[in-house]
Design a protein around this ligand. Structure first.
Ligand code: FAD
Ligand code: THG
Length: 821
């Protein structure tokens, strides 16, 4: 009798089938897949998915999930019939902006290890002869893309999983999740309870309903998306057999929100050009009502929404003029606030997992990742962008999910700048300094629902005062978006006078109680048992030694710690890992508090004018915290600086925030105090070599590779990840997060660009900025360890190679004289 856990998977679509396959491949043979619909065509999104697999994405994770789908589906079949037809992918450009963007995409493909070429119009037509030569300026060709036959892959995967012991059961609707003592024990169905140790909901766009069975928020929105089949296209006759189906590359015409695939002598056309059409699940057929002709995921075709797209299609593909629309439907699938899938375990009901809002494209990758999470406790691909717990509370509101997911639908094929903020909803969360920031002409970007000043128009006059060596070079049109030379002035003032930075959005977690110290000792690489007032920079690792986060931990009392964190996933980690005996409380105190980063060589002069407390070097040393009063306001001051300057993070409760700002502002006028924004901030932190988790490093990297070995305390025992680090050091790494400076002194890149060493792709850029203090652009990049200081490399930016050099880091203040002064 097997002793592996009993798993019930809800949903026999492409995600559930992949998961069953991956679990059974790992020897878990007590797997039951239940679906409310008939098998194998359940009526979910998979039943009629046209299966285009375009792998390339700005996200490394998403690209790798897709590449695994390609690899896996290429190796399966049903009685000799293909599950993946590698016809290649072609994205065409009809505007110069799109053509430029295809170069950027080609860069992503190179960064993430997918072969891709930008080709000219002639080559587009050679690859896809239906394309009108005169309509296109060029294209991006990815030979390994292709068509997945999702409904057939479900059969292949189900057969394989069944052969290893899994059971698939159709026409069985899950109506509830059984639980006891905070754990799942089974799923309820009309035929009785199916016992389970683990339940994984792969319910696709029904995810919200199933999540609600355990009180779990599942931030997805079912939306309809139009798809049509044409009648016979004369120019396609004789090209394919019924078995091969297609030989032309899958095609995207993103300037018109359209995509195309071949099916024997017809074309399938998908459109994202129409208005978003949210779907009410209660109106869909259910249970016995599901059959091939009546599927919940297939709503009636609304012809009027497609009329313009049919015209556009005939312009791009003139052969279609000899054809017509044969059939169409409005198909339903899931959208999310940020476009990513939703993976993770309920926080309240242990053993209840979800894997939803997953495309066919990423389905095998997600199936493998979830199987690894369940079996090994960890996925080899970093999943922070897919984690269902990545959202802030306010982002889980149904109104927020609905609006942002619809926006995502609208923008799905748009050329989006990495800094481009959403336009709505905005002003969700504002810091207590918001009124003052507006008065100073703050230009806000949004992050985690927070309004965050990027720079302040009030500082525009400082641009004219910039000393020659601080005047930033002109930027190209792309890198110049969401940027202003004012950022240079703000950086200059921070390094030469003093600046106020709004650090309120930085996630703050209060960890308290008799068990608080032990919890933090176990979860971090640092020594936490220090005197009250100590602040420690440390890492949270996973069992394999991968970096889950970097944290600052301030001991504010014997049993009271304030953790400076990177986001909701850190909160989630602490909540999950806290013992359930009530000995530790974990509280997100971000919203009720606020923080000013007061930094610059004049910071001490400023604060001493408005505080009787001792802010001298002896009175508050580097990486120490203490309670104080500033202008009467009770604060906690922490002596550290992400921008690498003398000064403090000054915390107080939200009600006191505006007064704190005003006090510092007034007292600093003759010292040249300014308010400074994120644009300067990011530049200054890169000059100082400070990493940003999620950008520069993730769970895929260990501390030594990330250049954070110093944050791992040598003598420390008994923390998560310690065993995995045994034998590793700065000297054993094969790759390294490296600091590059750009040789021409002016070409700014933005991140995710490929880096070439000896003419071959060898890594990718993680973060980049113009370094105003050093007068040249900086890029951090993952590179082979052999690329030591002085190595010349090239960064590919929109198809051109920019020479850069590996530099010793940090570029600014390596002796720490500024910050410790
Ligand atoms: P589903 O296939 O919907 O499976 C979920 C299953 O859960 C269903 O079978 C459902 O019956 C079952 N279920 C739900 N609730 C319960 C319950 N309470 N009890 C029991 N069972 C339950 N993706 C691509 O990658 N490329 C494309 O080209 C592409 N084109 C698309 C075109 C259209 C028109 C549509 C609609 C989608 C397209 N997609 C595409 C998206 C893709 O089809 C879906 O993302 C994918 O199929 C989702 O798979 P799934 O297994 O998560 O969901
Ligand atoms: N402030 C606070 N907490 C934070 C951040 C912050 N938590 C999340 C994120 N930012 C963590 N990142 C860093 C990165 C570097 C430093 C602090 C937070 C830093 N490093 C010193 C160095 O590398 O020289 C550490 C020196 C030491 O260990 O003594 O200061 O911005 N509150």
């Amino acid at each position: 009798m097997s002793s592996t856990p009993r798993v019930v998977i809800i949903g026999a679509g492409i995600v559930g089938a992949n998961l069953a396959d991956e679990l059974t491949a790992r020897g878990w043979d007590r797997v039951t897949v239940v679906d409310q619909g008939p098998l194998p065509l359940t009526g979910g999104s998979t039943s009629h998915a046209p299966g285009l697999v375009f792998q390339t994405n700005g996200s490394k994770t998403m690209t790798e999930l897709a590449s695994y789908t390609v690899e896996k589906f290429t190796g399966i079949d049903v009685d000799g019939a293909w599950c993946f037809n590698q016809v290649g992918g072609l994205e065409v450009a009809t505007t110069p902006e799109r053509l430029a963007d295809l170069h950027r995409k080609q860069g992503w493909a190179t960064s993430w290890g997918v072969d891709a070429q930008v080709v000219d119009a002639e080559e587009c037509v050679r690859l896809h002869p239906l394309v009108d030569r005169d309509r296109v300026l060029g294209g991006l060709h990815i030979p390994s893309d292709g068509l997945a036959k999702a409904s057939r892959a479900v059969v292949a995967l189900a057969r394989r999983a069944e052969a290893r012991g899994a059971r698939f059961q159709g026409s069985t609707r899950v109506t509830g999740i059984e639980q006891a003592g905070g754990r799942v024990t089974g799923v309820r169905t009309p035929d009785g309870v199916i016992p389970a140790d683990l339940v994984v909901s792969c319910a696709g766009f029904w995810g919200v309903e199933v999540g609600a069975m355990v009180g779990m928020d599942v931030p997805l929105l079912p939306l309809a998306h139009q798809f049509v089949w044409t009648g016979q296209v004369p120019d396609l006759v004789g090209r394919n057999t019924e078995l091969t189906e297609a030989s032309l590359p899958i095609l995207r015409h993103q300037d018109q929100d359209l995509y195309y695939r071949e099916r024997v002598d017809r074309l399938g056309i998908g459109s994202y050009a129409h208005r978003p059409m949210p779907v009410d699940l209660r109106e869909l057929p259910q249970g016995d009502g599901v059959r091939e002709s009546s599927m919940p995921s297939m709503l009636p075709f609304t012809e009027e929404d497609f009329a313009a797209q049919w015209e556009e299609s005939q312009l791009l593909l003139p052969s279609l003029r000899a054809s017509k629309i044969d059939s169409g439907f409005n198909g339903v699938f899931s959208f999310t606030p940020d476009g990513g899938p939703l993976i993770g375990e309920s926080r309240d009901v242990a053993g209840f997992w979800i894997a939803e809002a997953v495309w066919v494209t990423h389905s095998a990758g997600v199936g493998r990742a979830v199987a690894q999470l369940l079996v090994d406790g960890r996925s080899e691909i970093d999943l922070h962008g897919c984690d269902v717990h990545r959202f802030e509370d306010v982002q889980l509101a149904p109104e927020y999910v609905s609006e942002t997911s619809q926006q995502n639908f609208v923008e799905i094929y748009d050329v989006l700048h990495p800094l481009q903020p959403r336009l709505s909803p905005r002003d969700l969360r504002v810091s207590p300094f918001h009124t003052r920031q507006r008065e100073l002409g703050a230009v806000f970007l949004e992050g985690g629902g927070w309004e965050r000043p990027h720079w302040y128009e009030a500082n525009a006059h400082l641009v004219d005062e910039l000393p020659a060596e601080w005047v930033p070079p002109e930027r190209d049109a792309w890198a110049g978006q969401f940027w202003s030379p004012i950022a240079a002035a703000e950086a200059w003032k921070t390094r030469t006078a003093v600046a106020l930075y709004d650090m309120t959005p930085l996630k703050r977690l209060e960890v308290s109680g008799p068990g608080a110290l032990a919890l933090l000792q176990r979860l971090t690489t640092g020594e936490m048992d220090k005197s009250v007032g100590a602040v420690t920079y440390a890492l949270a690792l996973d069992e394999a030694g991968g970096v889950r986060s970097d944290l600052t931990v301030a001991r504010l009392g014997e049993q009271l710690f304030q953790v400076g964190a990177n986001g909701p996933l850190d909160h989630d980690l602490l909540l999950r890992e806290a013992p359930d005996d009530g000995s530790v409380q974990v509280r997100d105190v971000t919203g009720g508090t606020c923080c000013i980063g007061l930094w610059g060589p004049r910071a001490r002069d400023l604060v001493q004018r408005v505080s009787a407390d001792d802010f001298t070097n002896g009175g508050l040393k580097y990486f120490r915290a203490k309670r104080a009063r500033i202008g009467g306001v009770p604060v906690t001051a922490m002596r550290l600086s992400y921008v690498g300057e003398l000064g403090w993070e000054i915390y107080t409760s939200a009600d006191n925030g505006q007064r704190l700002w005003d006090v510092l502002w007034r007292a600093g006028q003759d010292l040249g105090v300014i308010a400074a924004g994120r644009a300067a901030f990011n530049s200054l932190r890169l000059e100082k070599g400070y990493r940003a988790w999620g950008h520069d490093m993730t769970t895929e990297h260990d501390p030594y590779e990330a250049g954070l070995g110093f944050a791992v305390r040598k003598q420390k025992q008994g923390y998560v990840g310690q065993e995995a680090l045994a034998g590793r050091s700065d000297d054993t790494v094969s790759r390294r997060l490296s600091c590059l400076t750009i040789d021409d002194g002016r070409s700014v890149v933005l991140g995710h660009e490929p880096v070439y060493v000896d003419g071959r792709p060898a890594g990718y850029v993680t973060s980049a900025a113009f370094g105003h203090t050093v007068g040249r652009p900086i890029a951090y990049a993952w590179l082979p360890a052999s690329a030591t200081v002085g190595t010349t490399v090239e960064i590919e930016y929109f198809g051109t190679r920019i020479p850069a050099t590996v530099a010793a880091e940090p570029l600014v203040d390596p002796e720490m004289t500024r910050i410790r002064g």
